[in-house]
Design a binder for this molecule. Structure first.
Ligand SMILES: [Zn+2]
Length: 100
């Protein structure tokens, strides 16, 4: 498993989150984490690794979100379980489409 790449992703994501937090500091201090966790994934959501449509969103303990296609969600499953506090998995949707 490509653990180095995963850690790189975490770093990128943390920077993104820090920037976003800076912007939102001026706004009312609202916790949008609940909304993020519940929002369904759609075709606009892309895997952070390969750009394919994302079916899994992992919300990390730090509050960062990582999006993965079904393939990369499986590839990073162990790391995600260790670092994510919530995993939103819609990979079942893949079975409904005619992908075969
Ligand atoms: Zn992917």
């Amino acid at each position: 498993m490509d653990v180095g790449a995963f850690e790189y992703l975490l770093e990128c994501c943390s920077i993104k989150i820090l920037r976003r937090m800076g912007e939102e500091e001026r706004m009312e201090e609202m916790n949008d984490q609940v909304i993020l966790e519940q929002a369904p994934l759609n075709s606009v959501d892309r895997c952070d690794r390969c750009g394919a449509q994302a079916y899994v969103r992992a919300t990390l303990i730090s509050g960062a979100d990582l999006l993965f296609c079904s393939h990369h969600a499986k590839a990073y499953a162990e790391s995600l379980k260790a670092q994510a506090r919530h995993i939103h998995d819609e990979s079942d949707k893949l079975n409904e489409s005619s992908d075969s």
